[in-house]
Design a binder for this molecule. Structure first.
Ligand SMILES: N[C@@H](CCC(=O)N[C@@H](CS)C(=O)NCC(=O)O)C(=O)O
Length: 359
């Protein structure tokens, strides 16, 4: 019995000595997935985008893509390629999104796209973190003098096909026993134009989209956004389902934007959160906090290494694109989407923007 116990202890010791010692400092090996690999090989990220939605994704007067969703793609390019300008934008109409994702012609989609069960399961995609909490609404001409969707009973609403919008408004009309005719268009701008020209009494889309379209109207005050929010429209990024490693890169870039804002790290002050010349690791860590040192991949901490990208990738992202709040401020405040007190505020201020821990 005793000999057997000694033998077992000896065997255990042998086995343990054969195991590599794992410490936080050890190199981490990450195998790049097919999407990451092709992005690196072509040195450019192909991003499915909107080209006609003010604030979110549109082509500006200089012919450049601009907007909140556009900046999210730029942030992912900065994370994986170290350069926020290395993005090729692929404009997509709403009904083209599923095929673009399934065919593998894009690496990522960042295009006011609502996360739903059927899309998540049927589009060969992985939805990433929610970048904007939205909900559907209806806009109508102010001269009608109505203050609710029911005021459009007997009238008509213009709506774009291939969207959750069309499905939700159909449900709403039925559930509320309204008699409202839907005029359906494939193209977003054609839908808005039809409403503006008086072919419909109202126009419906995500409330963010209503703000965007109203901002382009000749007289924005001539249109009222009705108070009801008839659906949940959590807008999120999408990546191809065949590459979980790339999905993690994209997800932890979005989380990083939110976390940077929570830490108060911006494109203007990020250098202050890096080690000063000659500053010892422990002095630096004490100055910025261990959590910030980890987040920025400094002082021997692992960060991007876990994802197979540059360890200090968030330094690059914040320097080149800014944090979530900066991206919001730059793109969405100008179209009238105030943030304070909304779901899109940081969780520390009562909103839903919340990053899991970087550790
Ligand atoms: N979030 C909804 C609606 C998305 C959507 O495509 N909305 C329209 C109106 S705001 C749009 O962006 N159209 C622009 C286009 O198709 O070019 C969805 O995912 O289906």
């Amino acid at each position: 019995m005793k000999t057997r116990a000694v033998f077992l202890v000896a065997l255990l010791a042998l086995l343990l000595s054969a195991l590599p010692l794992v410490s936080a400092q050890d190199a981490i090996t990450v195998t790049l997935g097919p999407v990451s690999q092709r992005v690196i090989d072509r040195d450019s990220l192909v991003c499915g985008a909107n080209q006609s939605l003010q604030g979110f994704g549109f082509v500006n007067d200089e012919g450049q893509f601009e907007g909140f969703d556009i900046d999210v793609c730029r942030a992912v390019a900065a994370a994986i390629l170290g350069d926020a300008t290395k993005v090729e934008f692929r404009p997509l109409q709403a009904p083209e999104r599923q095929a673009a994702m399934q065919s593998g012609e894009i690496d990522i989609m960042s295009r006011n796209t609502t996360m739903t069960l059927s899309r998540d399961s049927q589009w060969a995609t992985t939805f990433g973190p929610i970048t904007f909490y939205d909900g559907q609404g209806v806009i109508a001409r102010a001269e009608l003098g109505i203050d609710s969707i029911a005021g459009l009973d007997g009238g008509s609403i213009c709506v774009q096909t291939g969207t959750t919008t069309e499905l939700n408004i159909t449900d709403y009309i039925e559930a509320n026993s309204l008699s409202i005719e839907l005029q359906v268009f494939a193209d977003a701008n054609a839908t808005w134009e039809a409403y503006v020209q008086g072919r419909c009494d109202g126009f419906t889309t995500d409330k963010s989209g209503l703000a965007a379209y109203r901002s382009t109207a000749e007289d924005p005050g001539a249109h009222v956004i009705l108070p009801e929010t008839i659906s949940k429209e959590p807008l999120a990024i999408l990546t191809p389902q065949n590459d979980p490693q790339f999905a993690e890169v994209a997800a932890w870039t979005v989380y990083g934007l939110i976390q940077a804002e929570e830490f108060g790290i911006t494109s203007a002050n990020v250098a202050e959160f890096l080690p000063a010349e000659g500053e010892a690791d422990d002095a630096y860590t004490a100055r910025v906090t261990p959590a910030v040192a980890r987040f920025l991949g400094q002082a021997g901490n692992q960060s991007g290494n876990y994802l197979g990208i540059a360890n200090d990738y968030m330094v690059t992202v914040i320097t080149q694109v800014g944090n979530y709040g900066e991206i919001y401020e730059r793109n969405l405040v100008p179209i009238g989407l105030e943030r304070a007190g909304t779901l899109n505020d940081l969780w520390t201020r009562g909103g839903l923007m919340y990053s899991p821990p970087f550790r």
